[in-house]
Design a protein around this ligand. Structure first.
Ligand code: C2O
Ligand code: CU
Length: 486
């Protein structure tokens, strides 16, 4: 533990190349009698992918964007091997899954990074059904395309729906002539770390230029989030497709479609709606909520929502509008249940003009509530920093220089998460699903500028866990800390 922490501190806030051999390989898990085993290999490699008439060179799992769906039933043993064919180290993190610590995929915290040409097998049991995703936890590899949906089915409760649509949102940078690392280097003013040719004239930063101003907590057209992202992306994707050639999902009129929404983007909060339809929100980050009917809802980076839709007859655009972004258009997919023409890439849906549901205002289903209990320890997690200079930190310092929160197994923990910045951040905690004061269970929560939440959870999963902003650029710039079981 000490050695790893020192390595990280010495390397400042960037992903530390940890020394090989710091972590023992996790013990192999043996399936219990009758336990189903889901075995799959994910190969991370440079590849070209077709975003819908537009071909880009990038990094992906299994040569597809998103990577291949992984699906299991709660209680199954997942045995997933990462084959690393990238020119860099990598890992996989299973976002939202309350798994054992050694499989959590955080380099330097739970495992040694997987070297190029090496492989690593993750074995874990997924205890809770729900909508999740997986992604690399090294640097900005998520923003290159190293993510895939992960669905855990409920063995007891098949759910009241006829068809299922998995909708994974992304912001796409990789054909701008800059890698995400070069974009971050420009934001931090550090310059390109590897001398790669960076052209400031092409910086995808929008009108403000690098380190743009205007993050003063203002609202954009009534959005509660202010100017929520740092990078001006040329494209926004649904299931790896640009809006000029959207995915078309087929269903029959009057069917009930469960739409599993995943925001896998690095830097973009979306407001999402399905034209002419109401969304019945049933789950947030995998956990059941008291169903609420909404016209539209926000999705922060790392958040997932399940909605059920009673579909009408025709052709309907599903639109995800990036909050606070002035270039790159929107993300689009299409629901087809009858005749009609494919909507234009810039189609507008009136559902996005009215009230957009803020997920943290949902109430939990009774079955999802934490048991009532006194809090044993209260800790503060303060999100700090600014756009200019581009510095992000937690509790006084960037990752590697701040002190992990220390808890003990068996405690009811309350973390006071307080956003002390003028920008919105999605806070994600690994290995646990916390409860907001309403009881709503989440693992990723949007905190608007200067907003605070008390996050309660039971310390029932010992280890060293990451807690960080799920804006990949903020995280990589240091907006991360640890939660360690003493
Ligand atoms: Cu999806 Cu540590 O994050
Ligand atoms: Cu952030």
């Amino acid at each position: 533990l000490g050695a790893a922490a020192l390595t990280l501190a010495a390397c400042g806030n960037r992903t530390a190349p940890t020394e090989a051999g710091t972590f023992a390989p996790p013990p192999a898990l043996t399936p219990k009698a009758g336990q189903n085993v889901v075995t799959q290999t994910l190969t991370a490699a440079p590849t070209t992918v077709d975003l819908g008439g537009k071909t880009v060179s990038t990094w992906a799992y299994g040569e597809s964007l998103p990577g291949p769906l992984i699906r299991a039933t709660a209680g199954d043993l997942l045995r997933i091997t990462l084959e690393n064919r990238l020119p860099e180290i990598s890992t996989i993190h299973w976002h939202g899954i309350r798994l054992h610590n050694a499989a959590d995929g955080v380099p330097g915290m739970t495992q040694d990074a997987v070297e190029p040409e090496a492989s690593f097998t993750y074995e874990f049991v997924a205890p809770d059904p729900g909508t999740y995703f997986l992604h690399s936890h090294v640097g900005l590899q998520l923003d290159r395309g190293l993510y895939a949906p992960l669905i855990i089915d409920d063995p007891d409760e098949p759910g009241d729906y006829d068809a299922e649509w998995i909708v994974t949102l992304d912001d796409w940078i990789d054909d701008t002539g800059q890698t995400p690392d070069e974009v971050l280097a420009a934001l931090t003013g550090a310059g390109p770390s590897d001398g790669g040719g960076m052209d400031h004239g092409d910086m995808p930063m929008g009108d403000d230029g690098p380190g743009g101003t205007g993050h003063g907590g203002m609202t954009m057209g009534g959005e509660p989030w202010g100017d929520a992202g740092d990078v001006a992306y040329p494209h926004f994707l649904v299931n790896g497709r640009v809006p000029e050639a959207p995915e078309i999902f087929e269903a029959k009129p009057r069917q009930r479609v469960r739409v599993r929404l995943i925001n896998a983007s690095a830097d973009t909060i979306f407001a999402l709606a399905l034209g002419d339809h109401d969304l019945s929100v049933t789950h947030s980050d995998g956990f059941a909520v008291e169903p609420v009917t909404a016209k539209a809802l926000y999705l922060g980076m790392g958040e997932r929502y399940d909605v059920v839709v009673a579909v009408k007859d025709g052709m309907f655009p599903l639109v995800a509008r990036p909050v606070g972004k002035t270039s790159g258009g929107q993300a689009l997919a299409v629901l087809r249940t009858g005749s009609g023409s494919v909507p234009a890439p810039d189609v507008q849906v009136r559902e996005l003009d009215g009230e957009v549901l803020i997920g943290s205002t949902l109430e939990p289903a009774e079955t999802a509530r934490l048991e009532d209990r006194a809090v044993d320890t209260e800790l503060t997690l303060a999100l700090q920093g600014s756009m200019q200079p581009y510095r992000w930190a937690i509790n006084g310092g960037p990752y590697g220089q701040n002190t992990p929160l220390s808890i003990r197994e068996g405690q009811r923990v309350r973390i006071i998460a307080s956003n002390q910045t003028m920008m919105t951040h999605p806070l994600h905690i690994h290995g646990h699903t916390f409860a907001l004061p309403s009881g709503l269970r989440k693992d990723t929560v949007l905190l608007a500028a200067m907003e605070s939440f008390a996050l309660d959870f039971d310390a029932d999963n010992p280890g060293r866990w990451a807690a960080h902003c799920h804006n990949a650029y903020h995280q990589e710039a240091g907006m991360m800390t640890g939660i360690d079981y003493a």
